[in-house]
Design a protein around this ligand. Structure first.
Ligand SMILES: [Mg+2]
Length: 319
């Protein structure tokens, strides 16, 4: 089998077969039927070897993660994931690697009810770029720009696990057997909060997903919404695995600045706060109030209970 056929075969059936795909892989372009009354939401995420993942990473988890991080951006907009495209740059065609990567991609696309509808392959240093497209009822996309003074600030799930996972795969920390699986799962197989994101359409005034760490990402909402925020670090939700695996100070550091948790960070106006817990309880994902939006434009303050908390963020900047 030639390289071209091999690649074609690996990705031909990736993901769920959707009835709204008129023309999928194999033509010059894909054709999809966009539902009436919906807006199309489009997002792109790239992963580059040596920057986003290590050369020895399990290709199956890489396929999973590429889909999950793209779908997470759709979730943050309140959109329903639908279609994926893939631009793949490979140094060589390694059949085992490709099959495992395609399987990880396919099972995760299937899980989120997405179909791979096209792509391109070129030769070069290993790099993966995905474009994810989703649908949201007209005018209902949740943006980063709607937070208002007085809104409550929430986050889903727990923070900091993926940052600890990154340390673990680099052999920089030791973790007890009991917690290893959970931490590695959170790092290699992140979950996009898709159902919850859609449930937030009529509740949240703004939202985003936490990919670069809370302290690095929250300022994006503050800038776009022209507001400030105060975060109580004693409220940050952390897993038992994280708390048991490092000092309280270190755990807090991971929760504040560690990337790749892919939880949702969102704001809720006071008058919708009462319905929040009831509406979100069926999703089985904990949501935690960690602070409030203020009128101090662009100012992000931290406190620890009633005490001020001094925190100097050193985030990761690509450029
Ligand atoms: Mg994002």
């Amino acid at each position: 089998m030639g390289e071209f056929e091999l690649i074609q075969r690996c990705f031909a059936e990736a993901g769920r077969k959707r009835t709204d795909v008129a023309i999928g892989i194999g033509d010059d372009g894909a054709v999809v039927q966009v539902r009436d009354g919906c807006d199309l939401v489009i997002t792109t995420d790239s992963m580059v070897e040596g920057i986003h993942f290590f050369p020895d990473v399990d290709p199956r988890s890489l396929g999973h993660k590429l889909v999950a991080v793209n779908v997470s951006d759709l979730a943050a907009m309140g959109a329903e994931p639908c279609w994926l495209s893939l631009a793949l740059t490979l140094p060589k065609v390694d059949e085992d690697w490709l099959v495992a990567f395609a399987e990880g991609l396919s099972e995760t696309a299937d899980y989120y009810n997405c179909q791979l509808i096209g792509g391109d392959t070129t030769r070069g240093p290993l790099s993966l770029t995905m474009i994810a497209k989703g649908l949201v009822p007209k005018g209902k996309a949740i943006t980063r720009a709607g937070a208002q003074n007085g809104d409550y600030l929430y986050v889903t799930g727990t923070l900091g696990d993926a940052a600890l996972g990154l340390q673990l795969v680099q052999n920089k920390v030791e973790i007890s057997k009991k917690h290893r699986a959970h931490i590695l799962q959170r790092f290699h197989y992140p979950t996009a909060r898709v159902a919850l994101g859609q449930a937030l359409r009529n509740i949240a005034s703004s939202a985003m997903d936490v990919s670069d760490g809370l302290a690095g990402d929250l300022p994006h909402i503050l800038r776009r919404s022209k507001v400030g925020a105060v975060v109580d670090v004693s409220k940050l939700p952390m897993s038992q695995a994280l708390k048991d695996s490092c000092s309280a100070e270190q755990a807090l550091q991971y929760a504040l600045s560690g990337g790749e948790d892919y939880e949702l960070l969102f704001t809720v106006p006071e008058n919708r706060r009462g319905s929040l817990e009831v509406l979100l309880s069926p999703y089985g994902v904990p949501v935690t109030c960690i602070g409030r939006i203020t009128g101090a434009v662009g100012k992000l303050e931290f406190k620890q209970g009633e005490l001020p908390f001094i925190y100097q963020h050193q985030g990761f900047e690509h450029f």
